[in-house]
Design a binder for this molecule. Sequence first.
Ligand SMILES: Cc1ncc(COP(=O)(O)O)c(C=O)c1O
Length: 394
Amino acid sequence: MHNLNTQFDLIRQSATVAMADRILALKASGKNIVGLQVGDPDFGTHPAIAEAAFKAMQEGHTHYGPSVGTLELRKAIAAKLQRDEGVSYDPASEILVTHGGIHAYYTAMQSILNPGDDVLIPDPSWATHSNMAIMLRGNVIRIPAPAENGFIPQFDAWLKALTPKTRIIVLNYPSNPTGAFPSREYLQKLQDFAAQHNLWIVSDEVYGSLYYEGKPTCAADFEGAKERTLLVNSLSKSYAMTGWRVGFLAAPARVIQNALKAGQNSITCVAPFIQKAATFALTDPAIQQVTAEMRAAYGRRRELVIRLAHQLESDRVKITPPQGAFYFFLDLRALNMPSVEMCEKILDEEGVGLVPGSAFGEQGEGFIRMTIAASDEDVEAGFRKIVEWAERQP
Ligand SMILES: Cc1ncc(COP(=O)(O)O)c(C=O)c1O
């Protein structure tokens, strides 16, 4: 028998994918499912963005393009970072266009990670952050981010995890699955900690423009932070463009040089007609208005869940209102049941699709992730059913 890459033995098959398969099978059998498991906006991509892509195809932008991305799009990305985050990046040397946020994260990690390096990642967090680091032979250390601390690690937990091998901190704020983000002061302290110990900070900000009461601070928006910070972002969530696969990495020029090699030797380039559409999405004023309206819709649904939770007064389903992103990480620890079992039962008995909290790490056990990237009706009906189900348990 030929050997396989043993690194993959360390990666668990995603519970999210298993649950999605089960939901699809139930739907195919004709069952009516309220799908609150997805991480995909329920809004369509704006037709004007699709038109921009179509026009670019007709104009012949259907061949290989520059691997680093077109200068036009890199300029649009730099302008967005300046406009929305107040950080300044050189489009010529500090930006790489990628196949969505996930590929930006891949190129980021591939550029800086050496086998055996310690990578600090909060728990709970999106599984890909750990999985990718493991795939690249990093040594992942999870930093507890408990509900009791607003899903942000106690600062001491970072200090405790530090070893001579620690090289990278991975952040994702607003967080998938919790929607939490830390204060500016906390991030400043983390930047100081990173500076003191010579650590990189990889910050996945794909939900950065989806926030409710206050705005999250971009991880690079601190004195001296740019030299150690890698920003991962994409148009997927903010512009409802998940299927277009377009995003970017913003980082110091020497990191981008490595990231470009990683991109060039894995995907060649992002399709040039998609880059044209992405440039249009990032720069057209009317499209920025549409994204603001989507954010307002998520905000409305968030309020809806908060109101319902107050009304239903369940001791068994507790909420922490998300500060950003489009998920509620519901606390059902009172039931003392594994979250996979809870999700399977809620799906079978109530027809509501959810993601088990354990998919995001040990700290997620007892929680379930419910999206609000679904219609107001589905969000309301789904949340009611979850509470009714929980209240019926012995
Ligand atoms: C935290 C986080 N980062 C990145 C991604 C992937 O985004 P993209 O579609 O831009 O690859 C997701 C998707 O769910 C996510 O939740």
